[in-house]
Design a protein around this ligand. Structure first.
Ligand SMILES: Nc1nc2c(ncn2[C@@H]2O[C@H](COP(=O)(O)OP(=O)(O)OP(=O)(O)O)[C@@H](O)[C@H]2O)c(=O)[nH]1
Ligand SMILES: [Mg+2]
Length: 242
């Protein structure tokens, strides 16, 4: 199967599986792009907006709705992954612990995870829980970009002020700060930019030298495994004071 790189034209978007843990996730043959953020921030909605298919991932006004690692395959050659949110205070404690463990395990150990979209609500001033989560991503060397969501609900000036305040709070943690995007699942704002990010990542993967022979139809495996190893080598000093 040839892999299309014109991903802005998503011709097929298929639900793959709902995995309760990393071990239950599909094989590691395809690059994955995951959505993470506080419960209700709009992860599932953004996935649908990018895929161009409402109802692909289930959306709800009730926080804590997505409880499993939901995997979707785009154009038969890359995946979007909808993760449960953090910061949801209700529900059985033992379930919350299990979901958090599964998400942490996925983010830390999934070798074909290319990039995380870390979602933050554009209408809110920097929240401690989001700052802590971004710090966790940095400490665990998880590659991510920031995406400020629900821009249709606030003025452009408010969204700009909140995203600037957030990036200001985290700027000392980086030599090179993460890229920042805005989006609205309602209006579609930000769709082309975010698909462009995925497109860029896919192009980098396509030109990464492949040293080991690829299994038939799975030409991404060696590149992805190498990428995972590289990411972990770049893991920052865990004793840094953030
Ligand atoms: N106005 C507006 N509402 C949005 C947007 N994105 C999501 N919502 C609404 O916010 C609520 C939560 O959306 P979800 O996509 O289910 O959020 P989630 O982050 O997946 O939530 P959990 O699965 O509970 O972690 C729903 O009522 C959505 O309709 C947006 O861009 N604009
Ligand atoms: Mg969800």
């Amino acid at each position: 199967m040839g892999c299309e790189f014109f991903i802005v034209n998503i011709s097929s978007a298929l639900f793959d599986c709902s995995a309760p843990d990393l071990a239950s996730c599909p094989d590691e043959s395809l690059p994955e792009f995951a959505f993470i953020g506080r419960s209700n921030v709009g992860k599932s909605s953004l996935l649908n907006m990018l895929a161009g298919e409402q109802g692909l991932a289930r959306v709800s006004p009730t926080p804590g709705f997505t409880k499993l690692i939901n995997v979707f395959t785009m154009n038969k050659c890359w995946r979007l992954v909808d993760l449960p949110g953090y910061g949801f205070a209700q529900g059985a404690q033992k379930d919350r612990a299990r979901f958090n463990e599964a998400v942490n395990d996925y983010l830390e150990n999934r070798p074909n995870l290319c990039l995380v979209f870390a979602l933050i609500e554009s209408g809110l001033a920097p929240q401690p829980i989001d700052l802590e989560f971004v710090e966790w991503l940095v400490r665990h060397a998880v590659p991510f970009v920031l995406v400020f969501t629900k821009t249709d609900k606030v003025s452009a000036a408010t969204a700009q002020a909140n995203s600037a305040a957030f990036t200001d709070r985290i700027s000392a943690w980086f030599e090179k700060p993460p890229a920042v995007f805005t989006c609205s699942a309602e209006s579609g704002q930000g769709r082309q930019e975010l698909l462009g990010v995925i497109d860029d990542e896919m192009k980098v993967l396509a030109i990464t030298p492949v040293h080991a022979p690829a299994a038939a139809g799975n030409s991404f495996i060696p590149s992805l495994a190498a990428r995972g190893r590289e990411n972990r080598k770049r893991r920052p000093d865990l004793n840094r004071p953030w």
